[in-house]
Design a protein around this ligand. Structure first.
Ligand code: HEC
Length: 467
């Protein structure tokens, strides 16, 4: 009997060990006395000065924290802090540095000419609408299709006439769910198919929460009405459990293949489980049948549509028209947004490997790489919230040809990446501050079209970057 209190104390100790420190608290209690609460210095130097913003690598930062700098009076924390805690501190220092850079960068203005590294450009408003425009694309006659997340598909003619398409599927408009991507078939002219992704309601789970899943369909528009719909993909009934997060989903089409992304749906460990649809990029034929040479086609119990796994929430997907490579952007947690080159059967590591930490500042893992898991080509720490992507294929902007444009939600930026030998050699912010950039495409006339969302006003614009 008298052993109980000791056992209790042991359990308490074990419990308190497993409670992870939030990085804000960790920094305050361990570092702020010397480096200042805002990281800008005090008794010791600033952690966000020029040297660290531009030159310091993540590795150098983490080594300084672990090993200390004895000569200068920086204590070594390697024995006190775990590797994953050190990783959260590195992300935290990066966030503070980015905040300072952010304050310095000028905001863009609609309609005003501005200079970028390779081109002087302007922006032009194409349309404004209530709601969140999630995706847009052109039809061969130069008219536009766009989705509103609340569940509407719109057509916008060359002459500027907006038409709501009747009869599109009912969607589950909740949290991040709703009507998502729209993508006309590259052979639209001859076959008329249009692909849609959306969250489909699936009743309630055992706890009584409403749930949904990512559904993929195609259909045609005849006389302003959605017709001939075919279901191409649905989660298996036992795997329907999304309460509102990380649905994906973007399309890319190559030949007869349709690729689409399905985020981890808020169940991060499923990303490593090849029997479920979430946390994956999928490949099917355009009619919904499954290619027999998919990487897990012959694996018992596997979700046969899987093309890659270990993905968190990819919301950008595109094919490089010059060489056929498939690329994706993927939202990291807090830090660690990724650009990935997507290849058959590859494990992209989530959540075993990431450059980020949890939103509340607790660690996810110390690992930024592991054998058998593919590291990103490029990552953004702190996160910019990467969304739609597109390789510029127009002729209007000569010096941007082949560059990858990346929309950012949280930082409201449009990035231009130059990629050489599968490495990012330039990452330039082209636009900033106009709104949350969710999708980007090359227009037939060579301009770049973007959808920007204003979450507070529940409004969106489609704008063009013009010469
Ligand atoms: C006792 C005071 C003290 C504490 C506590 C302390 N540092 Fe330092 N730290 C220093 C000094 C002194 C340097 C040497 C260079 C300077 O003054 O910036 C330094 C340097 C660094 C550097 C190298 C950057 C540079 O400017 O050379 C990093 C990174 C760093 N500290 C991070 C941390 C973190 C993270 C913590 C908390 C886990 C921490 N430090 C806690 C005193 C401290």
């Amino acid at each position: 009997m008298n052993k109980l209190p000791i056992l209790g104390a042991a359990i308490f100790a074990a419990l308190s060990c497993s409670v992870q420190a939030k990085v804000e608290d960790l920094f305050k209690s361990t570092c702020a006395s010397c480096h200042g609460e805002t990281l800008t210095g005090g008794m010791a130097g600033s952690l966000v000065d020029k040297e660290w913003l531009t030159k310091g690598t993540d590795e150098a930062l983490s080594n300084a924290i672990k090993q200390g700098i004895a000569k200068a009076g920086m204590p070594a924390f390697g024995g006190v802090l775990s590797d994953e805690e050190v990783r959260t501190l590195v992300v935290y220092i990066r966030e503070a540095g980015a905040k300072i850079e952010q304050q310095k960068a000028p905001e863009s203005q609609l309609g005003k000419e501005f200079k970028t590294k390779h081109h002087t450009v302007s922006t032009q408003e194409i349309l404004t609408t209530d709601g969140i425009v999630w995706a847009l694309d052109f039809l061969p006659d130069n008219s536009l299709l766009y989705t509103l997340r609340e569940g509407q598909l719109w057509h916008f003619s060359k002459e500027g006439k907006k038409t709501l398409i009747k009869g599109t599927p009912e969607v589950w408009h909740n949290r991040q769910g709703g009507l998502l991507d729209v993508y006309p078939d590259p052979d639209y002219q001859s076959n008329g198919w249009i692909y849609l992704s959306f969250s489909q309601p699936a009743g309630k789970n055992e706890a009584g929460d409403e749930i949904a899943f990512t559904k993929i369909v195609r259909g045609k528009i005849k006389d302003g009405t959605w017709v001939e719909q075919q279901t191409l993909f649905e989660a298996k009934p036992q795997n329907r459990k999304n309460r509102g997060w990380h649905f994906g989903s973007r399309f890319a089409i190559q030949g007869d293949y349709l690729f689409f992304t399905n985020g981890d749906e808020g169940h991060q460990n499923d990303a490593q489980d090849i029997t479920t649809q979430n946390g994956k990029i999928h490949r099917i034929f355009k009619d919904g049948s499954i290619p027999k040479d998919n990487p897990f086609y012959n694996e018992k119990g596997a979700q046969k549509t899987i093309w890659t796994y270990g993905n968190r929430n990819p919301q950008g997907l595109t094919i490089n028209p010059t060489n056929g490579q498939l690329w994706s952007t993927e939202h990291g947690p807090r830090g660690g947004d990724e650009l990935n080159l997507v290849s058959k059967g590859v494990n992209y590591g989530w959540p075993k490997v990431t450059f980020g930490m949890n939103y509340n500042g607790t660690p996810i893992t110390e690992h930024t790489e592991l054998p058998g898991m593919q590291s990103p080509i490029h990552h953004w720490t702190p996160s910019i919230a990467v969304a739609g992507i597109n390789f510029y294929s127009g002729t209007q902007f000569k010096h941007w040809q082949g560059d990858l444009f990346v929309g950012s939600l949280a930082k409201k930026e449009l990035h231009r990446l130059r990629i050489e030998d599968n490495k990012v050699v330039e990452d330039e912010i082209i636009l900033k501050g106009l709104g949350r950039i969710r999708d980007v495409i090359t227009a037939p006339n060579g301009n770049i079209y973007l959808t920007i969302n204003d979450r507070d006003k529940n409004q969106s614009k489609i704008i063009a970057i013009t010469q």
